[in-house]
Ligand binder design. Structure first.
Ligand code: DAH
Length: 351
C-alpha cells in the first residue's frame, strides 16, 4: 500500500466517522483544507526534481480525487439520512382514525317532550312556555285551590324568599297547571274582541311542557321533574273528546294500538269530574299492569271564570301528564334519578 493509498483510506475512514455535516466539514478541512494533508502533499511537489514532479503530481491528484469522491459520497449519505429522519418525524399515518368532536345527543326526556309536542301539534294544539317561579294565585288559588285548603298539600313545593304583589311567597311551580290560566288570560284581548263582535272565542287548544318542583325524592320522584299540561276549551268540548284525544296521543306516543286506556275517578280541585289516566300494555315487561300516566278532568267552572270566560258558555277539559314517567315506560328505565345524574354511560345510550 502506498502512502497515498493510506491517506485515501484515512480520509474515507474519518469521513465515515463524521456523524453529521458539520463534523464532516471539519474532517474535510483536515485533508483538503488550506493546510490539509492532501494540500500539504501538493505543496511538497515544489521540492521534487522536475523528472519526478509529473508522475508524483498525477498520483497525488488521483488520490485527491478519491478523497473528494469519498467526501461527496459521505455528504450524500448524511443528506439521505437527514431526509429519512425528517420524513419519519413528520410521518402522516393516513390509516389512523380521525380525531372528531363527539356528537351530542338529546336527553331522553327532551326526546319525549319533542314527541309530545309533535303529536299534539299534529292535532292542532299550540305549545306554550311559562315561568317556573310562580305566584301563589297562579299555582293554587286561580286553580280553585284556596288558601289553607288541604288539597294544597297534594302539591307541596319549594318557596322563594320573595313575595308577590299580594304579599305571598313566590313558589317553584308544583305543576304546569298555572299555564292554563296564563295562556287563557294572555288571549283575553282576542277573546274580548270576538265576544264584542258576537262571535264565539277561538277555541283554546294548548299544551304547556316544562319543569316542575315538589318536596319529594325517591326512585320514582325527583324534587325537579317534568310535566306537560293540556287544555282544550270551547263551546262544546266534552269528556268524550278528552278520551279520544288522549287515547289517540298514547297510541301514537307508544307506537302501538295494543294498549288499554282507563279513566279512573279521582280528585283535583281544578277539574270536576276528575280522572287519573292509566294505561296497560298488551305485551312487554309491564304487560297487563295498570300504570298511571296523567291526571285529567273537565275544567272546573271556577277555573273557567279565572280564565276570564263565562263558565255557562265555555267548557272543556284539561290534563297534566308526566313526561319523565312516559320516558321510563318507553325506554324501560326503572329509576327516575338516572335522568338527572348526567352520567354519560346512561345518556349516550339515547344518542
Ligand atoms: N296538576 C296535576 C298534578 O300536578 C295534574 C293535573 C290533573 C292536571 C288534572 C290537569 C288536570 O290539568 O286536569 O298532579
Amino acid at each position: 500500500m502506498t502512502d497515498l493509498d493510506t491517506l485515501v483510506h484515512a480520509a474515507a475512514a474519518s469521513f465515515a466517522e463524521a456523524p453529521n455535516p458539520a463534523e464532516l466539514e471539519n474532517a474535510k478541512a483536515r485533508f483538503l483544507g488550506k493546510s490539509g494533508r492532501v494540500t500539504e502533499l501538493l505543496k511538497g511537489l515544489a521540492q521534487l526534481p522536475p523528472e519526478e514532479k509529473k508522475a508524483r503530481g498525477a498520483e497525488i491528484n488521483r488520490a485527491k480525487q478519491q478523497v473528494e469522491a469519498a467526501l461527496q459520497a459521505r455528504r450524500d449519505a448524511l443528506a439521505a439520512q437527514e431526509l429519512d429522519a425528517q420524513l419519519r418525524a413528520e410521518a402522516l399515518d393516513v390509516t389512523l382514525p380521525g380525531r372528531h368532536r363527539g356528537t351530542g345527543g338529546l336527553h331522553p326526556v327532551s326526546r319525549t317532550m319533542e314527541r309530545i309536542e309533535a303529536i299534539f301539534g299534529s292535532m292542532g294544539f299550540d305549545v306554550a312556555d311559562g315561568p317556573e317561579i310562580e305566584t301563589d294565585w297562579m299555582s293554587f288559588t286561580a286553580l280553585n285551590n284556596p288558601e289553607n285548603h288541604p288539597a294544597r298539600s297534594m302539591q307541596d313545593t319549594f318557596y322563594v324568599d320573595l313575595k308577590d304583589a299580594e304579599g305571598r311567597w313566590l313558589n317553584l311551580r308544583p305543576h304546569t297547571s298555572p299555564m292554563q290560566v296564563r295562556y287563557a288570560r294572555s288571549h283575553a284581548a282576542r277573546h274580548a274582541e270576538a265576544l264584542a263582535q258576537g262571535r264565539p272565542i277561538p277555541e283554546i287548544r294548548v299544551i304547556a311542557p316544562g319543569r316542575t318542583y315538589r318536596v319529594d325524592s325517591d326512585a320514582t320522584h325527583s324534587p325537579m321533574f317534568h310535566q306537560c299540561e293540556g287544555l282544550w276549551i270551547g263551546e262544546h268540548i266534552a269528556f268524550k273528546d278528552l278520551k279520544a284525544v288522549f287515547s289517540d296521543f298514547l297510541r301514537q306516543f307508544f307506537e302501538t294500538d295494543a294498549l288499554d286506556v282507563r279513566f279512573r275517578p279521582s280528585y283535583f280541585p281544578f277539574t270536576e269530574p276528575s280522572a287519573e289516566i292509566d294505561i296497560a300494555f298488551a305485551s312487554g315487561p309491564n304487560k297487563g299492569r295498570w300504570l298511571e300516566v296523567a291526571g285529567s278532568g273537565q275544567v272546573h267552572p271556577n277555573v273557567v271564570r279565572n280564565f276570564g270566560l263565562d263558565p255557562e258558555r265555555y267548557i272543556g277539559f284539561a290534563f297534566g301528564m308526566g313526561p319523565d314517567r312516559l320516558t321510563m315506560l318507553r325506554y324501560g328505565v326503572d329509576d327516575l334519578r338516572l335522568f338527572f345524574e348526567s352520567d354519560l354511560r346512561f345518556l349516550t345510550q339515547f344518542r
